[in-house]
Design a protein around this ligand. Structure first.
Ligand code: TXA
Ligand code: MG
Length: 349
């Protein structure tokens, strides 16, 4: 399949290109587009055949539902009922990195929701994404634009790497600002439950409803009795090719432990990547060291996480050792993605 790639530097000046991408969505094609969280691989959410193409391009399991993207807060076309709390959440956080689960209307085909009776809806903030949805005159179903299981892409070149010749159109230019996928909150239950932590933090959600709680399964290794409520959270995910481990403990002890582990691997002839921070990067003696940013700017760490995992893939390291982070604010989303990337391999410092 031939993929048309359009690099956009200025959304206002590129309306014609965005309209062409929208035509592609309208005619049942697949379009990779930017959002403020990560890039998405989109198709007309109401067109079964088009949605099927998303699953094929990504190699995504059929039982993993898609999020649909809208350009306004009028979700009545797709949602059976809109609880008061969902209205408040939309008012406060849309457009933005928050996906809300509603009971779905029959207009949304089963393939989009993977047979579930609920549907995740999100209004992204990215200007290009909003224009694309508007011009498409439909809702756009879009998972992250990576091959299933790989770290989500936060710039267009990573999308090209994964999906060139597998989709009809790739459009974008800017880097995703948040860098981790949207927070998912289930508003079909009372109180609402967070199924995936992300850009809108638990603390922010509790300002709207203090009762909001987190699906306990998401920070644990999935097993027979612990199943996450978001089907996608059960897969090994966000994973680079190298084996990832996380070292938890005080920063000083963690650095010491990481130096020891790295020394061990290097003696055995392996290449090792270290996910460090501005505060620690000079304390490592050897290995391929990449700083995720400052610990005082946890948003920056989040933004750089997936791209750093991909950089380690580029340099073909055998092992990646990461420092751990706070679980406050965005830290919860960072640790959730890191633990999944590591297959829950955690070493105590
Ligand atoms: O930020 C994002 O949400 C990005 C951008 C492109 O918008 N999209 C994204 O989609 O991360 P995806 O497909 O990579 O992740 C969607 C997650 C999966 O874990 C899926 O199982 C869960 O959302 N999900 C979707 N619909 C659901 C539903 N009805 N019930 C429970 N979980 C759902
Ligand atoms: Mg994904």
């Amino acid at each position: 399949m031939k993929t048309e790639v359009k690099i956009i530097n200025n959304v206002e000046e590129s309306v014609d290109d965005i309209k062409r991408a929208a035509e592609c969505i309208k005619s049942g094609g697949t379009v990779v587009f930017p959002t403020e969280t990560v890039y998405g691989l989109g198709a007309d959410a109401l067109n079964e055949n088009a949605v099927k193409k998303i699953f094929i391009a990504k190699g995504r399991p059929q039982d993993n539902p898609l999020i649909i993207h809208v350009a306004s807060k009028n979700v009545e076309k797709y949602a059976q009922d809109v609880p008061k709390v969902a209205e408040k959440l939309m008012d406060k956080f849309w457009p933005g990195p928050l996906t809300i689960l509603f009971n779905k209307k029959p207009i949304v085909p089963d393939i989009t929701s993977a047979g579930l009776s609920t549907i995740g809806i999100r209004m992204p903030e990215d200007k290009l994404a909003l224009k694309l949805i508007e011009f498409s005159e439909t809702a756009i179903a879009a998972p992250s634009a990576n091959i299933s299981g790989r770290p989500s892409p936060t710039d267009i070149y990573r999308c090209i790497e994964d999906l060139n010749e597998k989709v009809d159109f790739i459009i974008g230019g800017n880097e995703s600002n948040v860098g981790l996928e949207s927070t998912i909150i289930d508003c079909t239950v009372t109180p609402p439950c967070v199924l995936r932590p992300g850009g809108i933090t638990l603390e922010m959600l509790r300002e709207v409803d203090p009762e909001v709680y987190i699906d306990a399964a998401i920070m644990k290794k999935p097993s027979e009795d612990i199943k996450p409520k978001a089907p996608g959270m059960k897969y090994r995910h966000y994973a680079p090719k190298a084996k990832v481990s996380i070292v938890e403990g005080s920063l000083e002890k963690s650095v010491e432990k990481i130096n020891e582990i790295v020394q061990n691997y290097i003696e055995k002839g392996f290449q090792v990547g270290i996910m460090a921070t501005e505060e620690t990067k000079n304390l490592y003696k050897q290995g391929n060291i990449i700083s995720l940013g400052s610990r005082n700017n946890i948003e920056e760490v989040a933004k750089n996480l997936f791209e750093t995992l991909r950089k380690f893939d580029d340099s073909a390291v055998d092992y990646i050792i990461s420092e751990a982070f706070t679980e406050d604010g965005m830290g919860l989303a960072i640790m959730n993605r890191l633990r999944k990337a590591a297959g829950f391999d955690i070493i105590k410092a």
